[in-house]
Design a protein around this ligand. Structure first.
Ligand code: IMP
Length: 193
């Protein structure tokens, strides 16, 4: 199965969680372009990414579209998280979010991930949400993207300070990936019986 992403942080986390299914990267299948994500919802972008790679290689494929949503900004940056500052630079994007939240009292927000799976000519979606607080200064050097400013509910550390195991257990991506893996295992068992 192919994982349709060039984002190293996402791929690292997905590989940590999906150990009994062998995953091919975009470079393994010889895909070297940027994948377009032109839409305004996570679902449409995840489908567009998975579809582009399916048309390229014809193999079962899944794509993750994800982002961070600040409640005081009506859900921004949301689907624009990867290029919020006009660049793909994680630090510039994080700084722009901090600047836009500077005068806001409501620091609540959430990460959302939507996985689109194209499996044997059918399309399936799996979603995960992780709620928390967007703090004022970056803390920690693990994770990627907005992790140094995101403290998940129930914890007093940012995703960049928590271990990868804890992040995967509670994160938006962890929740979506576990739903997808359970679904695939069920499908494989049905086929085997
Ligand atoms: P896309 O799904 O390729 O549009 O990119 C998602 C973007 O959302 C990433 O580039 C990050 O900026 C942000 N993002 C999504 N998930 C996470 C996460 O787990 N940690 C930190 N940032 C994330």
């Amino acid at each position: 199965m192919v994982v349709a992403s060039n984002n190293k942080g996402k791929i690292r986390e997905i590989k940590q969680m999906v150990q009994d299914i062998s995953l091919l990267s975009l470079s393994d299948i010889g895909f070297t372009d940027e994948i377009a994500e032109p839409f305004h919802t996570f679902e449409e972008n995840a489908l567009a990414k998975a579809g582009e790679i399916y048309r390229f290689c014809g193999k079962n494929v899944f794509a993750d579209d994800s982002g961070i949503c600040a409640n005081a900004l009506n859900g921004a940056p949301g689907v624009d998280s990867a290029h919020y500052s006009g660049t793909r630079d994680d630090d510039a994007n994080l700084q722009k979010l901090l600047a836009n939240l500077q005068d806001k009292d409501d620091r609540s927000g959430y990460y959302k991930a939507v996985m689109c799976l194209l499996w044997d000519d059918e399309t399936y979606f799996f979603e995960g949400i992780c709620e928390g607080t967007i703090i004022e200064q970056p803390v920690g050097d693990g994770g990627f993207g907005y992790d140094p400013i995101f403290v998940p509910n129930g914890y007093d550390k940012t995703f960049a300070e928590l271990s990868p195991e804890i992040k995967n257990e509670i994160s938006h991506r962890g929740k979506a990936v576990r739903k997808m893996v359970a679904f695939i295992k069920e499908k494989l068992e049905e086929t085997a019986s």
